[in-house]
Ligand binder design. Structure first.
Ligand code: INI
Length: 194
């Protein structure tokens, strides 16, 4: 039998997308910087014009799952990092936004088979968010680590030959070399006949 474990060294084939919310950008840009720094220090080209990471900016965290799902369905990425900051205000708005983005991200990775990293801070105050975005630590670094590990792990699992007599169910989208590309094509075609 086998032990599957993501690595942080064979990063050349990996492709990522990062979806970032502009809302609370004082926080989200700091998270993004640490995320990019981590990717770079692991030998990954984080340049937006480079070959390994694409970026998508959205108005706020509420919009993140839709864009992450569309990117996942493209089949181009090993993992997608979602960066947002939902900070409690005087109204229940926080609960709706935080709940929907968490559910949406979880659903996206299960529906598409592409790891989607939950890099959305949910805090009571701006101070708490800033403390996690550079003042004390920076969670952006952890988001990149999770993306590398999960992207690498899923590649290993996908590269396993299917046991004879067993089909390929489960994921519907995958990255470049995935044996599930045919299912991905039908999933995307079903949504967009063009
Ligand atoms: N979006 C956030 O990313 N963080 C928040 O704290 C936030 N609050 O509190 O309102 C927020 N709202 C905007 C929301 O994500 C959508 O962009 C907006 O509702 C339009 O759909």
């Amino acid at each position: 039998m086998a032990v599957f474990e993501g690595t942080f060294t064979q990063v050349e084939p990996l492709r990522f997308a990062i979806v970032i919310g502009r809302f609370n950008d004082l926080v989200t840009t700091k998270l993004l910087e640490a995320c990019q720094d981590c990717f770079k220090r692991h030998g990954i080209d984080a340049d937006p014009h480079g070959s390994q990471i694409d970026y998508a900016w959205v108005p706020g965290s509420f919009e993140i799952p839709l864009v992450a799902r569309q990117l996942a369905l493209s089949g181009r990425y090993d993992a997608i990092v979602c960066i947002g900051a939902v900070i409690k205000g005087q109204t229940p708005h926080f609960d709706y936004v935080a709940g929907e983005v968490a559910k949406g991200i979880a659903a996206t990775q299960l529906q598409t088979g592409v790891p989607v990293i939950f890099g959305v801070l949910t805090t009571d105050t701006l101070q708490q968010a800033l403390e996690r975005a550079g003042i004390k630590s920076n969670k952006g670094w952890e988001y990149a680590m999770s993306a590398i590990e999960m992207g690498s792990l899923m590649r290993q699992i996908r590269s396993m030959a299917p046991a004879s007599g067993h089909g390929q169910d489960g994921a519907i989208a995958g990255s470049t070399t995935s044996p599930i590309k045919a299912s991905l094509r039908s999933a995307t075609n079903a949504e967009d006949p063009n």
